[in-house]
Design a binder for this molecule. Sequence first.
Ligand code: COA
Ligand code: AMP
Length: 636
Amino acid sequence: MHTYQSEFQQSIQHPEAFWAEQARRIPWFKPPQTMLGYDEQDHARWYGDGELNICHVALDHHVESGRGDQPAIFWDSPVSGHRRQYSYRELRDQVATFAGALTGLGVEKGDRVVIYMPMVPEALIAMYACARLGAIHSVVFGGFAPHELAMRIEDAEPKVVVAASCGIEVDTVIPYKPIVDKAIAASDHKPSACVILQREQAQADLGDIDHDWQMLMENAMPADCVPVKGTDPLYILYTSGTTGKPKGVVRDHGGYAVALHYSMERIYGMAPGDVFFSASDVGWVVGHSYIVYAPLILGCTTVVYEGKPVRTPDAGAFWRLISEYGVKAFFTAPTAFRAVKKEDPDGKWLEKYDISCLETLFLAGERLDPPTFHWLDDLLDVPVIDHWWQTETGWAIAANLQGLEPMPVKPGSATVPVPGYDVQVINRQGEPAAAHEQGSIVIRQPMPPGCLAGIWRDPKRFHQAYMAAIPGCYLTGDGGYFDEEGYLFVMGRTDDVINVAGHRLSTGEMEEVLGSHAAVAECAVIGILDDLKGQVPLGLVIPKDGFDGDTHALENELIALVRAQIGPVASLKQVLVVSRLPKTRSGKILRKLLRTIADGKEFGMPSTIDDPTSLQEVHEHMVDREVGAAHQSKQV
Ligand code: COA
Ligand code: AMP
């Protein structure tokens, strides 16, 4: 019998043997002979000489081995009033046909395809169709504005863009086609074709390079899976870093397929035929891994939900879905349940549904704060499991492994490192931290299969962002500590990345947008505590000398500017004009100090920004007090 300790030790001491055994669990066209290699940057790459196709692993293989009639997707869309189901065979056929359509548009192995779609089954079909051809998809979250989409188009240089005519946010229809058109116009790179899925809520006008999804499908011949190397790229997923330019995280076919298969069994305790529901979005890593790929790799059914935890139509949405589709494991971000709790603190909606099918609730995307944990733990009869991961890793780094050895839950902890991840906490002296000593969390090489293969066409940035700080280790960007029992507590980012409603955002990028305004001399954006979203950004700006306009109007203009440039997802609803910002003697803005001031933990400040005037006053006061004190104690 496997125990956590035995499996973890084997994975760290004999990684190649460990991952060779796991690789045998998935179908290859040509099984790998060499498990582990290193690239020019000494970064681990898995299964380089194996050949497979993740679309074959997730679809064709299951159809061929008798799972063809099993549901692969349950799509449920209260916002459009539709629901639909696809069997494995139907999905495989649709994917093969769309792959044929893409071939007709000139897409070949290695080409990029940008996908800008809401939570519709066609988003999954488009992703799998790219994978089938060995093309590289890059899905962009629908809440991003044209400028963000343009940056991604420019970086990925797609041959084709696939989009829907609109998304639906609760009861607001958001036309996507104008966003796509603006993005393409703004980008130096021009795709040669654009495929539009027409939705009845907003039909898009089609231009010269545009093709109607339905018509393409009617005329396309199905395409077969193209064998690719284990290390060939499957997708690029852009994520926020510390600068304005997002990082294109590259993931490969082989390692990803093996890691996701392993995780479904060991972390999530799933078996083929079970129903898995991840309430995220295909635009985020959670969506890529646990809506699109992992459930189908294992032969499960995935629930694809186009709606919110609340208001679509009510706070019982999650319970209804779990009950109706017989969900065994449910995964979402804590913020989603904070939204439910706010509307239904006593769990009245839960009483309406039989959710006895649910065995485990998993949460990630941000730290599971103890109040939300306790609320869920009291409400439900199943384990409530926090687990920690990031876009770069693609699957959990630390978890409570339900399919291996479930452990007692400690609120606030993501439990233990997952087999394959040699997690270390490094203190300020650059040494391994003692129990309970906080430090920077790193992962020793080799990182397990499934983790990022690099940054798209930017090996230098990859090295500098992740590998340069501590030789032989990957820097996660998160800080935290181990307790004496080896439980890991992830406390937050050590850089300027913030986490808003489970969405990762760059304060540096927002600062670039604010700083681009003609009236702004200096600015800082910090994340401040928010009861619902965990954090929200707050902008602090100093106007240029001689600015004599209306400060309130300027603040509103800046809020609108960030929304227009980055998108509604930025959630920047508060900008304050201030006269000073705390700085070091060399002129660097003291963001950490600003965060402490705004969080108000030590200063008795309000933790929300309901009262901007008082926040502004306290801010000015604190800057005086803290900068003065810091200068005096020579800490600056
Ligand atoms: N397309 C267009 N706009 C979008 C969008 C999309 N796909 N997703 C979000 N937006 C918009 C929202 O409508 C909102 O606009 P507004 O400022 O006009 O109200 C804005 O972007 C901010 O969105 P969000 O931060 O998600 O706030 P919200 O109030 O709409 O919803 C939650 C809050 C907590 C319910 C929601 O964020 C949620 O369910 N999050 C957790 C799940 C998740 O996906 N996590 C990702 C990793 S697991
Ligand atoms: P993303 O890349 O968007 O998935 O965001 C990853 C970041 O979210 C991590 O680096 C953490 O800062 C945070 N995060 C995700 N899950 C957790 C968790 N369970 N506990 C603490 N932080 C988390």
